[in-house]
Write a protein of this length. Sequence first.
Length: 144
Amino acid sequence: MRVILNILWFVLAGVWMAIAYCIAALICFILIITIPFGVAALRIAVFALWPFGKTVVRRPGAGAPSAVGNVIWFVLCGWWLALGHLVTGVLLCLTLIGIPLGLANFKLIPVSLVPFGREIVSVDDARARDLAPEVAMPARAQRP
């Protein structure tokens, strides 16, 4: 199921959002002082390409520098990347097959707004480390 969702996601939303994150990274690399933001944008671009089966968890030990970084990120890149996820999610929700992918786009909005102090791990790794997921893309259908 994860493979099918990732392939559909890649074609309908993933590649476009990954390109947007790469543009954000390029802008951050050009400005030199914002290179760490460019690295974060590339990390999220990979997550935006293949999100199903992965999750975002809080990184232990992230403190004030992450909060300051999130404010700067929001001003430079976060708001328009979140807007991209919002528009893509709404467009995907207009089709029956795109509703789960649109909802997944909405789940990516928080990480596009505040990426610092978080890390992207597999869902299985998060469960093994007993970490609470902030953004969870299901690896497979959950059974009650």
